[in-house]
Design a protein around this ligand. Structure first.
Ligand SMILES: NC(=O)c1ccc[n+]([C@@H]2O[C@H](COP(=O)([O-])OP(=O)(O)OC[C@H]3O[C@@H](n4cnc5c(N)ncnc54)[C@H](OP(=O)(O)O)[C@@H]3O)[C@@H](O)[C@H]2O)c1
Length: 272
């Protein structure tokens, strides 16, 4: 990435994950700034990564080339309006907030802005994130590259062509770590119910989940169906379990859950 001055407005969990990745990838700490009302998270960021920190959004935004808007969605309008008297024409804005349509930011800032909307997920915290990105045609290739490199500090990225596809990103990647947590939780509950201690049950289930995910990633030439049938002998134990999931319509349930997830994202977008 070109050595842009990056400022994070809001220093919560998600910016911390991105900053951690940036610095460990060798980005100069003196070019990274984070602002936050309370001191604790700023002190920790300064101590852990040596970045600049302050309580003043306006001064920090004024000095930055790239502004990452990272407050909660319900605070976004107020935070943007406070900056609306600045000339933002030369700056790249990146938002990580869920739900707020790109067009709304122009209203908040009361001026045309260059904005990329991103949708990260929580595994970004451990460098295994998946972030969806959307930019309209006014955003230059160089600015798209800056945003991509920034978000790749926390994992992988994928560009979507239409903004509403970010709602599919939410269903497939933003919310989906919780689906897997629920599935693993259910497996652990069964292990404990049938007599294993919780630590052992968790170790077994989490390692199986990790191994299965790695097999998917490391075998792009194999379909999911092939991976599944390769470990499912006819009449065997796995076949018995898989058949039970199919009879219980796991696929239909996943489809319904993700439809509802996407619907909720669409509803939330209307509230901003
Ligand atoms: N965490 C995720 O997995 C995830 C995933 C996708 C998208 N996002 C989005 O990322 C954004 C941040 O999420 P998060 O998890 O990092 O939330 P968070 O941990 O609650 O952080 C929000 C931060 O904003 C600060 N803040 C409040 N008012 C501010 C102001 N006026 N100026 C500057 N900072 C202010 C808060 O400071 P105080 O603590 O002092 O109030 C807090 O540190 C949200 O919009 C969320 O939708 C998060």
């Amino acid at each position: 990435m070109t050595q842009a001055k990056i400022c994070f407005i809001g220093a919560g969990n998600m910016p911390r994950s991105i900053i951690s990745g940036l610095i460990s990838n060798g980005y100069p700490a003196e070019l990274v700034h984070a602002t936050n009302p309370s001191a604790g998270k700023l002190d920790a960021l300064k101590a852990d990564f040596g970045i600049q920190v302050s309580h003043d959004n306006i001064v920090a935004a004024q000095a930055a080339d790239v502004i990452v808007l990272s407050v909660k969605p319900q605070l976004m309008q107020m935070v943007c309006e406070q900056m609306s008297h600045l000339d933002l024409s030369s700056k790249l804005m990146i938002t990580i907030a869920a739900g707020i349509p790109a067009s709304r930011y122009q209203d908040y800032f009361k001026q045309p802005i260059k904005l990329v909307r991103t949708m990260p997920n929580t595994p970004t915290q451990i460098g295994a994130g998946m972030t969806g990105l959307f930019a309209d045609e006014s955003i230059s290739a160089a600015n798209k590259q800056i945003c991509e490199t920034l978000m790749q500090s926390g994992g992988k990225t994928v560009w979507v062509k239409q903004e509403d596809e970010l709602n599919q990103v939410i269903a497939l990647a933003g919310s989906s770590p919780a689906y897997f947590f629920l599935f693993i939780e259910s497996m652990i509950q069964h292990g404990v119910k049938t007599g294993l201690d919780e630590v052992t049950a968790r170790e077994l289930a989490q390692q199986a989940a990790l191994g299965a995910a790695q097999m998917v990633v490391q075998n792009p030439q194999l379909s999911l169906e092939e991976l599944r049938t390769n470990v499912t002998s006819k009449g065997g134990t796995t076949a018995q379990a898989v058949e039970t999931f199919e009879q219980g319509n796991l696929r239909g349930l996943a489809d319904q859950a993700m439809t509802n997830c996407k619907k909720r994202a669409e509803e939330m977008a209307k509230t901003f």
